[in-house]
Design a protein around this ligand. Structure first.
Ligand SMILES: [Mn+2]
Length: 509
C-alpha cells in the first residue's frame, strides 16, 4: 500500500459518515415483529438519551449514565431507554466504542420512530444545533430533560433560554467540570451502582472534560464523583488504555505542518498564536491537535482555522494565564460556543465566501477579537504596595531586628532621611550580626547595597521575570532613587487570579 493510499484509507475511516455506521449499527434484526404484524406497524414506546454530534467522552458517558438512571426510575423504566449518537464520535471515543458498544444501550438513529419517544434526554449540548438531525425529536417527545454544564457569560449565571432551553421540560445547568458529574451524583443518591465498564466510561467522561481534574473549571464535585466511581471498581487499566488520545496519522501530519506555520504575537503581555490548516475533507479530532500545539508552543492562546470542503472550523484553547481572554465569547461571534478556555465554531462555506474571506481572514478576525479582550498591561505603580515597612540606614541592628520581628518580614528596604533607597536588610544578616555581639552596630554597615529595583512604569510582564528568577520583593523607585513602593510575589499571584483569597497587600511577600 502506498503512503497516499494509506492516507486516503485513514481519511475514509475518519469520515463522519462512515464513523456513524461503525458506531451505530442498525439492529432491525433484533426486533422481530410478532406474528401477523410488520415491524413498522408496531409502536415501540421508548425513552431516548442523545449525545451531541461528534460525541466526546463527557457526552457519551453522561448519556449512558442518564439511561441507567432512567432504567432504575419507576416512572421511566416501564419502557426501555436507548442512547443515540446523532452523528459520529471523536476518534478517541470511537476506539472505546469499538471495544464496548455491546455493553452500552446504543441504538442507531434510524431504528427509532420519533413518535415512539416518551422521555428525551439531552446531555452536554449547549444548543440544539449540537443535536444534528435528532433535533426534530425535541418537538415530538413527551418530555425533554436537558443536563449541561456549559454556562453563559459570567460562570455563576446559567445561560439564557434558547431553542434547547425552550423545549426543555426539565433544565439542569450547573457550573461543574463535566455533565457526567451531574448524572453520576444522581445515580449515587438514587443508590444505583454502575457496572465496572459503566463506571470506567463515567470516569473517562469526567477526566476528559476536566483534563484529569486539572482544568480551571474543575470542581470538588467532579473529584468526589470520580472518587466514588473508582470505589465502584472503575478499571484503571481500561482508563489508562482508552483515556489517552492517540493522535492518528492524519492528526500527526497536521500537527507537524502546523508547528512550522504557527505565528505568535505577544500583545500586552499575552501571547496569541494562530495557524491555518487546510485539508480536502473534514478531519475530526483537530481539537486534540490544537491542545498539543498549545503545549508545544507555550503560547497563552492558540487559535486554529481548519479549512475543509464545507467551510472553516475555528478551534481555540487558552491557558489560565490568559485571564482576560474568553474564547467562548470569541467563538460566539462566529456562531460557536464552549468554555472560556476551550471553544470552537464551525463557519459554513457560504459565510466564509460572502465575507470574501478565506480561512486566514477568518482566523485574523478571530485573533483580533481575542486581542481586544486583553486590557492594557498593568504597571508597577498600579499594583505596588505604597505603605512599605522600611528601616533607616542609621537604625541599630537591635532596632532593625525588633521591626522585622513585629512585621514578620525577612527582608526590608533600607532608606535614608529623604526616603531614598540605600539597600536591603536581610534577617539572616541581622541575626548573624547579633550573634557576633554587634547589636549596637548601624544597619548601614550590614545592609546589602546591590539591590534589584524597578521604575514605576515597569510592566507586570517584566516584573514577573524579576520576581520568579531573582528576588521575591522588588522596590519601586523614582529616577532619583526615592522609594515609592514595593511589589512582591504575592501581588503577582493575586494579579494572575491563581487564588481567590490571599493575605493582605504584600504583608507576606
Ligand atoms: Mn462536557
Amino acid at each position: 500500500m502506498t503512503g497516499a493510499m494509506r492516507r486516503r484509507l485513514v481519511a475514509a475511516l475518519l469520515s463522519p459518515l462512515l464513523a456513524r455506521s461503525l458506531v451505530c449499527p442498525r439492529r432491525r434484526q433484533t426486533r422481530l415483529p410478532p406474528p401477523g404484524a410488520s415491524a413498522t406497524d408496531m409502536p415501540e414506546p421508548c425513552n431516548v438519551v442523545l449525545t451531541t454530534t461528534n460525541a466526546d467522552f463527557d457526552s457519551l458517558a453522561a448519556a449512558c449514565a442518564l439511561a441507567s438512571l432512567w432504567g432504575h426510575d419507576e416512572r421511566k423504566s416501564s419502557v426501555p431507554t436507548h442512547v443515540v449518537l446523532p452523528r459520529g464520535a471523536l476518534p478517541v471515543v470511537q476506539r472505546f466504542l469499538a471495544y464496548h458498544k455491546h455493553v452500552l444501550p446504543l441504538r442507531g438513529f434510524k431504528t427509532i420512530d420519533g413518535a415512539d419517544i416518551e422521555a428525551l434526554g439531552v446531555v452536554d449540548a449547549s444548543s440544539a444545533a449540537r443535536l444534528g438531525r435528532s433535533k426534530q425529536w425535541l418537538k415530538v417527545a413527551e418530555t425533554v430533560h436537558v443536563y449541561d454544564h456549559h454556562m453563559q457569560g459570567d460562570s455563576s449565571k446559567p445561560r439564557e433560554e434558547d431553542d434547547l432551553g425552550a423545549a426543555a421540560t426539565e433544565l439542569v445547568v450547573e457550573p461543574v467540570g463535566s455533565t457526567t458529574t451531574l448524572i453520576v451524583e444522581r445515580l449515587r443518591s438514587a443508590g444505583v451502582r454502575p457496572s465496572v465498564p459503566e463506571a470506567t466510561l463515567y470516569v473517562l467522561g469526567i477526566r476528559a472534560d476536566t483534563g484529569g481534574l486539572t482544568y480551571e473549571s474543575t470542581t470538588a464535585r467532579d473529584a468526589a464523583a470520580l472518587t466514588w466511581l473508582l470505589r465502584c471498581g472503575a478499571s484503571q487499566a481500561a482508563i489508562a488504555e482508552f483515556g489517552v488520545e492517540r493522535i492518528s496519522e492524519t492528526q500527526r501530519e497536521i500537527l507537524s505542518t502546523a508547528l512550522k506555520d504557527v505565528r505568535t504575537e505577544t500583545y500586552r503581555g499575552v501571547s496569541i498564536a494562530r495557524v491555518v490548516c487546510r485539508t480536502p475533507d473534514y478531519v475530526p479530532g483537530l481539537a486534540a491537535v490544537v491542545e498539543e500545539l498549545l503545549e508545544l508552543t507555550a503560547a497563552d492562546v492558540m487559535l486554529m482555522a481548519a479549512e475543509h470542503g464545507n467551510g472553516v472550523d475555528l478551534i481555540g484553547r487558552a491557558r489560565p494565564s490568559a485571564v482576560s481572554v474568553d474564547l467562548r465569547d470569541v467563538m460566539s461571534s462566529f456562531g460557536g460556543g464552549g468554555h472560556a478556555r476551550a471553544a470552537a465554531a464551525a463557519v459554513p462555506l457560504d459565510a466564509v465566501r460572502s465575507l470574501d474571506e478565506g480561512a486566514q481572514a477568518t482566523l485574523d478576525a478571530c485573533a483580533a477579537l481575542a486581542r481586544d479582550m486583553v486590557p492594557p498591561e498593568l504597571t508597577a505603580q498600579v499594583i505596588m504596595t505604597k505603605d512599605v515597612v522600611t528601616i533607616s540606614a542609621n537604625a541599630t541592628v537591635a532596632d532593625a531586628h525588633g521591626t522585622m520581628k513585629a512585621s514578620g518580614l525577612k527582608s526590608v528596604p533600607v532608606v535614608d532621611g529623604n526616603d531614598d533607597l540605600r539597600g536591603t536588610l536581610k534577617l539572616n544578616d541581622v541575626i548573624r550580626a547579633e550573634k557576633k555581639g554587634n547589636a549596637a552596630q548601624k544597619v548601614r554597615g550590614i545592609m546589602r547595597t546591590q539591590v534589584a529595583s524597578v521604575g514605576p512604569e515597569t510592566t507586570v510582564g517584566e516584573l514577573e521575570t524579576i520576581l520568579v528568577t531573582t528576588v521575591g520583593r522588588v522596590p519601586v523607585i523614582t529616577d532619583s532613587g526615592r522609594l515609592l513602593g514595593i511589589v512582591t510575589r504575592t501581588d503577582l499571584l493575586r494579579l494572575r487570579n491563581y487564588y481567590s483569597t490571599l493575605p493582605g497587600p504584600s504583608a507576606s511577600g
